[in-house]
Design a protein around this ligand. Sequence first.
Ligand code: SF4
Length: 266
Amino acid sequence: MQNSGNVKEAVQPAEEAESVLASVRAYLVDLQESGIDELPLAASPLVSAAERDMLLGPPPELLSGEEIVETLDSIRSDLGDCHRCQLGATRTSLVFGVGNPNARLVFVGEGPGRDEDLQGEPFVGEAGKLLTRIIEAMGLKRSDVYICNVIKCRPPQNRDPLPSEIEACSSFMLRQVKAINPLMIVALGKFAAQTLLAAKTPISKLRGTFHDYHGIPLMPTFHPAALLRDPALKREVWEDMKQVMKKMGIEPPLQKGGASDGSTKP
Ligand code: SF4
């Protein structure tokens, strides 16, 4: 007998469902006869856009649209009269960077030397003049490119920057590169290459091939100061620059005798 009660309970919902379906069918037939062929699925969203954003966060397109792109000026003003490391106490000038803020090509060096410290501009000493000759041999002007260093203040007696100094300062160089967003980066010397690539590999092994820096091709090469000490390295640097020119679609300027393959090194 207990079973008969269960059967009744099971039958009742089926009958109710059948009755509801019949009513809906009749209602739809009425609507159709009145000329209404379609019904909206929902009169209003179950959750408003504001409630959805509160629950799930803003949609991805808003997140990327809201990303703040810094300018070189705002990065410079953030640096201020920087004393984040001990080099702030011994410098004459803080050497931020120079060149085209929309440059397609950015050169990153190590840090200011004596001339740069005195003049407040990167690469203006003997090594800087050589870099300018390299840029011009590529068919560009210094003002076409952007030039900066990993650290902004001169280490005393031109010693190598300490890891703590690189750690304190390098984020500003990385922000400069991000603000410019160039087509290509040339890292001059081991400190620039190793900092940008977060690597410990010697520059002699890094140079000569392109690396990836957040989607931007990066060519490490020897620092111009190394070329002053060992002029034989000029050939390798020029080979690296020829690869950069080719990837950027830069035609080498005509050389003496009419050659235009960039075979004459600076
Ligand atoms: S080297 Fe960089 S972190 Fe150190 S004082 Fe100069 S600007 Fe500041």
